[in-house]
Design a protein around this ligand. Structure first.
Ligand code: ADP
Ligand code: ZN
Ligand code: MG
Length: 489
């Protein structure tokens, strides 16, 4: 029998705010000593009053809008109870039945083949602290609690079970991360824990309408882990069904080193959390005008930008996708095009940004914004190339030097003798010297072998280290050849 995987993802993203969700503690605790960025609110003392971070609400609304969701005019915070040492209050302040945003979607793929993955909801909550597991010299294992992360604003983005393969799950998270970064809602850095993913996986016989029992795989912290864990889990579930054991609804963990998912505990249900409305926080209202204001402030999203690049600059969908992968590269590219002011085609700029420049930047693991080649300098180089002042080989050499030093490409070209020579008075002596050294070619030309002209141009190029203008070299060669022919006895 063949089976179809059904996958839904729950993604947690840390919002990029300066302060925490319900207090004024700083979120910039990376590298700080444990428990140095805490106060009675985020440390969970009783009798304190939380205050909602306005910026967090704005960023969460941006995300809802970017994911095509409806923004609730009124939403609410709830207490989600569970006992754990990293959760000093004994409950997490979250949103349950009235989340900030509902019913959206993410589009995967580009023009050719598009797939829509539904978004069930986007809600706000707070992060927990962290446990640091240690062992004493005598081998006793104990845990330390660090509450620096406690109360950091988090967004939970829940997808519909619309994903149908491990690869698609990876694409979905990659796309989500791209959008979050574009709108500056989250760094999306999975290795730092700013983006975390739980994957719900089930399989069903092809053609069956009902979903099978699902397994939730917790805390996948790289796109690779997401793909591998789901791949593994699909296989495990199919085997369990085939062997007649069946799939048990449960929570499993991913062991990255072993490449397997492991049973952790039975699945808990919403009623286990004893959700109830947070009495210390008023309902969260989002007026039509505030929502509109946030919408207008939203950056152009990757899909729209990619399509605009195709339409406006005549790029291929692939070039446009590569250039819009991050907002920074798209901004860089558009800055180059603006500098060029149509002095060279936007397509030429696309080829050079995507090819040689990305090559250098990726080799050195640099952000494009840190490259010494500013858009202005690259535009200078491209104008020279387009005007025939330098050839492509020279332009590459100039790019590398400008990339290394930030010097003007023109300066580099002049200093290194890379400027194309199209000046007849400079090329004339070279052409005559080449003819003198190749009497056989000259004789062949007179016998009517036109092809030798190509060979002679090649010699001129070699003589000038590729800087001669081919057109000028050809004209001068033909002049000299017909001249010497006329003068021959
Ligand atoms: P729970 O009540 O267990 O939290 P939800 O209905 O809230 O379940 O869904 C949680 C996540 O699991 C969502 O992303 C949803 O798309 C996904 N999901 C729900 N049912 C299935 C299923 N049968 N197989 C795979 N994923 C599922
Ligand atoms: Zn605090
Ligand atoms: Mg759930």
């Amino acid at each position: 029998m063949s089976y179809e995987p059904v996958i839904g993802l729950e993604v947690h993203a840390q919002l990029q705010t300066r302060s925490k969700m319900f207090c004024r503690c700083s979120t910039q605790y990376a590298g700080a000593e444990p428990n140095t960025h805490i106060c009675p609110i985020c440390a969970g003392f009783p009798g304190v009053l939380p205050v909602v971070n306005r910026r967090a609400v704005e960023l969460a609304t941006r995300v809802g809008l970017a994911l095509n969701c409806e923004i609730s005019p009124s939403s609410r915070f709830d207490r989600k109870h569970y006992p754990y040492p990293d959760l000093p209050k004994g409950y997490q302040t979250s949103q349950y039945d009235l989340p900030l945003a509902l019913r959206g979607h993410v589009t995967l793929g580009d023009n050719g083949q598009q797939r829509r993955i539904g978004i069930v909801r986007v809600h706000m909550e707070e992060d927990t602290g962290r446990l640091l597991h240690r062992s004493s010299p005598s081998g006793e294992v104990y845990s330390l609690v660090d509450l620096n992360r406690s109360g950091v604003p988090l967004l939970e983005i829940v997808s519909e079970p619309d994903i149908r393969s491990a690869v698609e799950a990876r694409e979905y998270v990659t796309k989500l991360r791209q959008v979050l970064r574009y709108i500056e809602a989250s760094t999306g850095n999975m290795e730092e824990g700013a983006l975390r993913c739980d994957a719900n996986v089930s399989v069903r016989p092809v053609g069956q309408a009902e979903y099978g029992a699902k397994v939730e795989i917790k805390n996948l912290n790289s796109t690779r882990a997401i793909e591998r864990a789901i791949e593994y889990e699909i296989r495990r579930q199919i085997e369990a069904l085939e062997s007649g054991d069946g799939v048990r609804q449960e929570t499993r963990g991913w062991d990255d080193a072993a490449g397997v998912t492991l049973g952790q505990r039975g699945k808990e249900y919403a009623s286990d959390y004893r959700y109830f409305p947070e009495p210390d926080l008023p309902p969260l209202t989002m007026s039509e005008s505030r929502r509109g204001e946030i919408h207008r402030g939203l950056a152009e999203l990757p899909d729209a930008r990619r399509e605009r690049f195709v339409a406006l600059y005549g790029l291929t969908p692939q070039d446009a996708a590569d250039l819009t992968l991050t907002r920074e590269t798209a901004d860089y590219y558009e800055a180059v095009v603006a500098e060029l002011r149509e002095a060279a085609p936007a397509r030429l700029a696309a080829n050079w940004v995507r090819g040689p420049l990305f090559g250098l930047v990726n080799r050195d693991n640099l952000a494009i914004t840190d490259a010494r080649v500013s858009p202005k300098l690259l535009a200078e180089l491209l104008r020279m190339l387009h005007d025939g002042e330098v050839n492509a080989t020279a332009a590459r050499e100039m790019l590398e030097e400008t990339y290394r030093t930030g010097r003007s490409p023109r300066e580099v070209a002049v200093e290194r003798g890379l400027m194309q020579v199209s000046d007849a008075s400079a090329l004339g002596p070279v052409v005559r010297a080449v003819l003198e050294r190749n009497p056989k070619a000259v004789a062949d030309f007179r016998k009517g072998k036109q092809q030798v002209v190509g060979f002679l141009i090649g010699q001129v190029m070699r003589e000038t280290k590729g800087t001669a203008s081919q057109d000028t070299a050809r004209t001068l060669l033909l002049e000299e050849l017909s001249g010497s022919q006329a003068g021959a006895p």
